[in-house]
Design a protein around this ligand. Structure first.
Ligand SMILES: [Fe+2]
Ligand SMILES: [Fe+2]
Length: 251
């Protein structure tokens, strides 16, 4: 396995590792994003067992011990499995996650205390970079779910949203909604919930120029339209499920 590095926005690098054995024959990517400011931030730590690969990839961009912030979408192995390995190699590094995730998991599982981020709270990284944390509970999954938005480049690091299979380009201007719908059909990974479409339409108001997908290419273009289209598809799924349960009740 190798980890490919691409700059997807000014100063934001995608570290992508393709695993052919997951969802064959298409395979599956795991992507981390390094935001390079005076205080570098890594969004997703990578799997614990992939730490040597991710560590080497970060080392091609910055001295890994310079890492200052570690953030991720929700508590799961691919999002944060290597958090303690990162805390060990980067003495200044601190986890930053939402209140729910810190309370549920990080206060116990992390080797150093996390910084607890309120919904909408920002961290200035220096070098013109500033990230905003946004709670997205249960969307696409995980009570503690959230996303991170880099304001200067209008890049939304959207975690598992828009998950797709395959090893596409690092950055695309093509359709990411169709492949995301196919990914949802295949994995059924989302916690369909009544607030989901509203949450996604809320994110669309950021009008992101780049969407940084954890599992798939990054998208350059009208991020708001893509988020609204994804919201519409989830609304359709939720309506269908409600209809099915009404029919079951009526029998
Ligand atoms: Fe996940
Ligand atoms: Fe993931």
């Amino acid at each position: 396995m190798e980890t490919k590095i691409s700059e997807i926005s000014d100063g934001i690098f995608r570290l992508s590792t393709f695993v052919a054995d997951i969802a064959p024959p298409a395979g599956f990517t795991f992507n981390q994003f390094l935001v390079v400011g005076d205080e570098p931030l890594l969004f997703h730590t990578g799997l614990r067992k992939m730490f040597p690969l991710t560590h080497a990839a970060v080392g091609r961009l910055i001295a890994p011990e310079r890492l200052r912030w570690i953030a991720f979408g929700h508590f799961e192995a691919d999002e944060c499995g290597a958090m303690n390995e990162w805390l060990a190699v980067a003495p200044q590094a601190q986890l930053a996650h939402g209140q729910t995730g810190c309370m549920l998991s990080l206060n116990d599982m992390a080797d150093r205390a996390p910084r607890v981020l309120a919904d909408g709270e920002t961290i200035s990284l220096g070098g013109g970079k500033r990230v905003r944390y946004i709670d997205t509970p249960h969307t696409p999954h995980g009570w503690d779910a959230g996303v991170l938005y880099e304001e200067s480049t209008r890049t939304l690091m959207c975690g598992d949203l828009f998950t797709q299979v395959g090893d596409g380009p690092a950055l695309t201007e093509g359709d990411i909604v169709g492949p995301a719908i196919a990914g949802e059909d295949m994995f059924q990974y989302s916690s369909l919930n009544p607030g989901m479409a509203t949450t996604l339409r809320g994110l669309s108001k950021l009008a992101p120029r780049t969407l940084a997908l954890m599992h798939g290419p990054s998208f350059s273009g009208d991020g708001a339209a893509a988020l609204r289209a994804l919201a519409d598809d989830y609304a359709r799924r939720i309506d269908n499920r409600r209809l099915a349960s009404d029919e079951t009740r009526a029998v």
